[in-house]
Design a protein around this ligand. Structure first.
Ligand code: ADE
Ligand code: ZN
Length: 381
């Protein structure tokens, strides 16, 4: 990749088409398994469990419905408490739907289906975030849940689908002791496919939690677990500073509001910390008003290691390939810029080195073929 290919492309480029978006070998580094359950999954789960739906099946995923979602019944699910609308309502919807997953077989099946959908977008490796507090039927059995999910992912991989590893995500309202005990248990093993510690949920509702989780993240780092932290979504740059300074974050999930602080941008660049940016999620959940005000091009131009992800593809009604097409069209990015996103996604992922090398080799070949095709099309004109 040349230096210029990593900057915003000139406006005359028209974006990439869906076939190219699918063909580019890539990783997805910011996607929640909770946001990877399809509408059809919810329907068969509800039927199997004899549960009624909180609304008409066909409109269950309407954003206007789930951003002010009220839990249909009292649960012990996740969510960071009292927030209403936007992100908080959305997180309550995830609580409800994950509450439908009750058995190891059901958990394995939704994980398998998730891996298949990732493959449909040409995703070859995924770090999937799982926050067990959303899955409220598994209280006290969180490791069983993770093992069942890992079994579904192992079967998917065996069948030739996307390799998916797991980032165990803390909820911001968990205590320091709970967080430490979770890490100790992960490290004690067996913890198949768990490669990272994460924290997600609504930063605005929970307030700053860096100090509280510092011990757990230090323990994770010292034990060789990767670290990825939601910050700079509903919090400003201060959340990103905490993630970097207190939680040893290797990646920031979202992190877009870092653009408000030039010193922070310098720090992300000098430490090689990648951002898992999800523009559609930001627009849908109201972090930015529209594509024109989204800072992705500014972050890219500044030299931050930005990656392009979905966050919660199913309730947001999208796929990674579709979002790559739409983002490239909105910002006028052609093949070279999007190939840069693919390369950074591989580098920023927690895949092992041999898989990263294989993906880079495949990417180079795919880009060379696509360039040759572009050239011959231009010459034929
Ligand atoms: N969990 C699922 N989606 C999320 C988001 N956009 N922000 C924080 N936590 C989440
Ligand atoms: Zn997220």
């Amino acid at each position: 990749m040349t230096g210029s290919s990593l900057t915003s492309a000139p406006a005359e480029t028209l974006g990439i088409d869906i076939a190219t978006a699918r063909a580019l070998p890539k990783a997805e580094v910011h996607v929640h398994l909770e946001g990877g359950l399809a509408l059809a999954d919810l329907l068969w789960l509800a039927k199997e469990n004899g549960e009624s739906l909180p609304g008409p099946a066909a409109t269950l995923f309407d954003v206007s419905t789930h951003t002010d979602f009220e839990m249909p019944e009292e649960t012990t699910g996740g969510g960071d408490g009292v927030g209403t609308g936007g992100l908080s309502g959305f997180l309550r919807f995830l609580d409800w739907q994950c509450g439908l997953v009750r058995t190891p077989d059901q958990a394995a099946r939704v994980a398998y289906a998730f891996a298949a959908r990732q493959s449909s977008s040409g995703v070859r490796y995924t770090d999937a975030i799982v926050n067990p507090t959303h899955w409220h039927g598994w209280r006290g059995k969180e490791h069983d849940l993770m093992a069942a999910i890992a079994a579904g992912l192992a079967e998917a991989e065996q069948d030739g689908l996307c390799v998916v590893n797991l980032a165990w995500s803390l909820l911001r309202s968990q205590t320091a002791t709970e967080a430490r005990e979770i890490v100790e248990r992960i490290v004690a093993g067996p913890s198949p496919r768990i490669v990272a510690l994460s924290v997600d949920g609504d930063e605005k509702v929970a307030g700053r939690t860096g100090e509280k989780f510092s011990e757990a993240f230090t323990l994770a780092r010292d034990a060789g677990l990767h670290r990825t932290v939601h910050a700079g979504e509903s919090s400003g740059p201060e959340g990103v500073w905490d993630a970097v300074d207190l939680l040893h974050a290797e990646r920031i999930d979202h992190g877009v509001r870092a653009i408000e602080d030039p010193a922070l941008i310098e720090r992300l660049i000098s430490d090689g910390i990648a951002l898992g940016v999800c523009p559609r999620s930001n627009l849908t959940l109201g972090v930015y008003d529209g594509w024109a005000s989204h800072p992705l091009p500014a972050l890219l131009d500044a030299g931050v290691l930005v990656t392009l992800n979905t966050d919660d593809p199913e309730p947001l009604g999208t796929t990674l390939a579709h979002d790559w097409v739409e983002t490239s069209a909105h910002f006028g990015w052609g093949l070279d810029v999007m190939a840069g996103f693919a390369a950074r996604s591989i580098d920023a992922s927690f895949a092992d080195d041999s898989l990263k090398a294989a993906l880079h080799a495949d990417l180079s070949e795919t880009v060379a073929t696509a360039r040759a095709k572009q050239k011959s099309t231009e010459m034929a004109r």
